[in-house]
Write a protein of this length. Sequence first.
Length: 329
Amino acid sequence: SDITPNEIRSRKKSRNRRCPIPRRPSKYTNFNRSIHRSLILIQDKIGVDDGPAQLFKFGIGDQLKCLGWNVKEEMIPVADLKPKEDPSHGVLIGPRYVGAVTQALAKTVQTHVNEGNLVLTIGGDHSIAVGSIAGTFAVHPNACVIWVDAHADINTPESSQSGNLHGCPVAFLLGLATGVPGFEWLKPCLTSNRIVYVGLRDVDEGERKILRDNNIKVFTMKEVDRHGIGKVMDMALEHVNPNRDLPIHLSFDVDGLDPSVVPSTGTPVRGGLTFREGCYICELIAETGLLIGVDITEVNPKIGTEREIAVTLGVACSITRCALGETLI
């Protein structure tokens, strides 16, 4: 029978009342949390901007408090940042708006990371990672990024076919996308040896060339199928953080999971990670004690039936809890 949102919330509340307080998940942070609700409106399909609000209604804040975190919620005032005019730059849609929002997010994240907080940024689409990662690297320039996604999100203004900026954040962070109005504030902060992808299975032709030319490490779903997620994550960490001594920023797009697991997302691609594989990725990173920042993106509560929306919200909450210290035992 169908599971209603109220039933899922009730089950999570019942379970969370019994959850233990975990060990501190990061040696780089204090035992508290800043949560940013960044509502980026630039995407083909409406609804993704409502993801953060719905996740909070679903109880993500209370669930993290149950894990022992002090939760401080903040919202970037995106409506105040929208320019009166924002013409396209080539094919890129709304660059000034996205640039202004990601700049505001970067400043806020930098402030909280500098205070020793572990910042969870909830999107919204994956363009928010420009701000969250730039803010993290402003404090920890030696950090590394684990990017979980069905897509590479490394298009440049020249390679992008859709013009959607949520397909370009990695290119901006690497300094491969330049001269875009709204992003004058951004200096390249990421190098190609400090990012690793897990779960890719839908990569544009232009992105393939960019990945090859920059020698960026990628673990597609083929590698997950061949080696298993445990081996893949060992290899991913070995590549990007061989001595296990660098801070880690986890950027997790829920469409990295299979659409059967998260149906309410805007760009689903078949053949993705299972629920447990997604949780394992987050659990393993939490166990390193090196996590300093987390992005959870692309939950779209305007797509799907009531049950599909509830399932997607529940899964997003689960992977977030795993990243922040929830264990099976």
